[in-house]
Design a binder for this molecule. Sequence first.
Ligand code: FES
Length: 118
Amino acid sequence: MTRHVIGKLDEFPDDTRRVVDIDGVDIAVFNVGGAFHAMRNACPHKGAPLCTNAPTGMMLESAPDVYDWGREGEIVRCPWHGFEFNLSDGKSVVAPQLKLRARVYKVDVEGEEVALYV
Ligand code: FES
């Protein structure tokens, strides 16, 4: 794993996302309320850019006629066919046992720098 400094902390404001190119690979870096995440900017289904939509939440399991929304900011929804992935580990929300998984990377704030480990 190689450390790449991708910018200064103030270049990644809260609740924004941007794409960085690391050796020809587009990686989406998300700042969700101060928590950083990084995910390859290509859906494992057909390659759509996963940074298109801001991280969102999802409907939670609940009783009939009860609609509970939760996990706000933890889910990335693909813009092409709607597959959803956990921002933290890239696993499919509806079928975590499948190999269909978005690639995630470690990203850290180190002082005033944001570093991505690829
Ligand atoms: S390309 Fe992402 S769900 Fe199809």
